[in-house]
Structures are given as C-alpha cells and as structure tokens.
Design a protein around this ligand. Structure first.
Ligand code: HEC
Length: 132
C-alpha cells in the first residue's frame, strides 16, 4: 500500500496522467478532419501508421509544435497548423493515438522492441528546444 502511494505521488508529481478516453474526444474534435484512423487518406498521415512508427512522446511533441519538428520527422514542409490546446489535451491525444491497433499484418510487431530512431527524448520536459 505504501509503495503504491509513493508510486502515485511520483506519477502525479512528475507528469500529467494521460487519459485515452479524453484523448479520443480531442482527436475527434481537433484532428479527425486531417487524420484518419484504421487506414484512409486525408491531408495528414493515418494515426494507426503514426502509432506504428512513433513513440507516445514523439506524437505529443509533434502535435504541440509541428512547425518546429516537421524537418526532424522527415517532412520537407509543414502543413499542419499549431493547435491551441492545453498540455493535458496533447498528452491525452498522444496516448489515444499510441493505443491504436495495427490494421495490417506487417504492422504487428513486438511493441517493446526498440524503434529505429529516437526523434524526441522525454527528458526534454515540455519544450521543443533544439540542443546546441
Ligand atoms: C489542418 C490539418 C491538420 C490537423 C487539424 C491536424 N494535423 Fe497533424 N498533420 C497534418 C499534416 C499535413 C501532417 C504532415 C506533416 C506536416 O505537415 O506538418 C501532420 C502530421 C502529424 C504528426 C506527425 C506524423 C508522423 O509521425 O510523421 C502528428 C503526430 C500529428 N500530425 C498529430 C496531430 C494531432 C494530435 C492533431 C490534433 C490534435 C493533428 N495532428 C491535427 C495535418 C493536420
């Protein structure tokens, strides 16, 4: 019990807790116009594909500041607008996107395996400043 309380205190103290259900609402209201789920085509990439390729923190940071990260993520230009949402909403929607399941056989892989490249580190707190 005591351990659990300490763990909870750590979670609350260090970070906002993401809520997948709230994230789905954020998605429907703010992202669905440009991003499909379960395959489809729209202006931005399908979110199941994003879930396959990216870490939760990368999704969160991109959503917060697409202009700053477009190049890092391999885009030659940035067409996604910077959306006026709360930090908690970005966190929730990133958690929701990450929770999306693969819809193609090739997308089913060991989720715990390291992905090719780390684009954003979580220790950078909530700023997207470049190093150096
Ligand atoms: C007006 C259209 C539009 C809206 C609204 C929009 N996006 Fe995007 N998004 C894009 C486009 C276009 C790209 C491709 C890169 C770019 O243009 O910045 C993109 C790229 C992304 C990426 C990077 C994908 C990757 O892994 O390469 C993420 C993550 C993302 N969007 C999240 C979101 C979230 C979360 C929301 C809602 C809160 C949202 N977007 C709303 C158009 C949009």
């Amino acid at each position: 019990m005591r351990k659990l309380i300490i763990l909870l205190a750590l979670l609350v103290g260090s970070n906002l807790i993401a809520d997948v259900k709230a994230g789905e609402k954020v998605y429907k209201e703010n992202c669905a116009i440009c991003h499909t789920i379960n395959g489809g085509s729209a202006l931005g990439p399908d979110f199941n594909l994003v879930a396959y390729k990216r870490r939760t923190v990368e999704i969160e940071y991109y959503a917060k500041d697409p202009y700053a990260l477009a190049e890092t993520f391999g885009y030659s230009a940035n067409a996604m607008p910077t959306l006026p949402l709360e930090d908690q909403q970005f966190k929730d929607v990133a958690e929701y996107i990450s929770s999306l399941q693969p819809f193609k056989e090739w997308m089913k892989k060991d989720k715990t395996a390291p992905k090719e490249k780390v684009l954003v580190k979580s220790e950078e707190s909530n700023t997207t400043k470049k190093e150096g």
